[in-house]
Design a protein around this ligand. Structure first.
Ligand code: GLV
Ligand code: MG
Length: 326
């Protein structure tokens, strides 16, 4: 390991993150009873400009009055380029800061954006005498945010997670897509013709680079990488495929923009019994190898070594945390 220690953000279950518009308070009770690990009450893009003020009031009342159980509660504030943002922070943190766990900052572009919100939240927390520190979730969804993702990830001790906001990212980079989080069949190349003149289409995931870059920045700073929205909620197969590929890259969770996506995210983002059983066998085999003075052994005809222990430990710890969470 490097001599540079990586502090891990406050541990939270974040397999599914449900988006709920702040302008739709009739949805709050149902969201509270759902199986979502994290809920963000939205003040930004799901709320029309002339509804922002009422949405803030709904959120303050909802956070204070509804029994959200052990859910992690977040609000998505408006962007720092709008005049809505300061009121979002001041009103909600002042009036409902005790039940607020996280603030989601959209379209974050630079480390200074994080600093600005940190300064405001710190003042309010001190003035109100809150004991608990509110954490930050950042949506990486602009070209600027992606360019500065490492600095953003390291910009505050409040930071907990980075989220890939594929819809705005597509808009910012002028990528060609139609469905939020979907793909474009034009992202493909053709092989050279074989002797019979046949050519194969090699199709790729157009979001791979962005997601992978964000995962690296998150993990290098002890944060959770979370995949963002998948807009077609009538396509569970498409959702599951997108969630799986994010999980394979290291993401811990995915947004649900519709309640039907919560169970899918929870399932994909939880280790399966087979994975846990294999991880436990790896740990056992490595403990035996260690006792025999060996650093690497084979299990089922495959090499395992100390790196396998770290992967297996991550998986078993994740499984244990799910059990503790009930
Ligand atoms: C989320 O905010 C997105 O733009 O995808
Ligand atoms: Mg967005």
């Amino acid at each position: 390991m490097s001599f540079h220690p990586i502090d891990q953000a406050t541990a939270r279950l974040n397999r599914s993150e449900l988006a709920v518009p702040g302008s739709q308070p009739q949805m709050f009770e149902k969201a509270a009873k759902s199986d979502a690990d994290v809920i963000f009450l939205d003040l930004e893009d799901a709320v029309a400009p002339d509804e922002k003020e009422q949405a803030r009031k709904n959120i303050v009342k909802g956070l204070n009055d509804i029994d959200w159980g052990s859910k992690t509660m977040s609000i998505r504030i408006n962007g720092l380029d709008t005049h809505f943002m300061y009121r979002d922070v001041v009103d909600v943190v002042e009036q409902a800061g005790e039940r607020l766990d996280l603030i989601m900052i959209p379209k974050v572009g630079t480390a200074a954006d994080v600093y600005a919100v940190d300064m405001m939240v710190t003042q309010i927390e001190q003035a109100k005498g809150y004991k608990k520190r509110i954490g930050f979730e950042h949506i990486i969804e602009t070209a600027l945010g992606m360019q500065n993702v490492s600095e953003i990830a390291a910009a505050s001790r409040r930071n907990e997670s980075l989220h890939f906001g594929v819809a705005d990212y597509a808009a910012s980079t002028r990528a060609r897509t139609t469905i939020i989080g979907g793909v474009n069949e034009d992202y493909a190349v053709l092989t050279d013709p074989d002797s019979a003149g046949n050519r194969a289409v090699h199709w790729g995931d157009m979001w791979h680079y962005a997601l992978a870059r964000m995962v690296v920045a998150a993990r290098a700073n002890g944060l959770r990488p979370i995949d963002g929205p998948f807009g077609d909620f009538s396509d569970p197969d498409g959702y599951v495929a997108a969630a799986k590929r994010a999980a394979v890259l290291g993401c811990e969770g995915k947004w649900a923009i519709h309640p039907s996506q919560i169970a899918l995210a929870n399932q994909v983002m939880s280790p399966s019994e087979a994975e846990v059983a294999r991880a436990e066998r790896i740990l056992k085999a490595m403990a035996e190898a260690d006792a025999a003075g060996k650093g690497a052994v084979s299990l089922d005809g495959r090499l395992i070594d100390y790196a396998s222990i770290r992967q297996a430990e991550n998986l078993v710890a994740k499984h244990a945390s799910l059990h503790t969470a009930g």
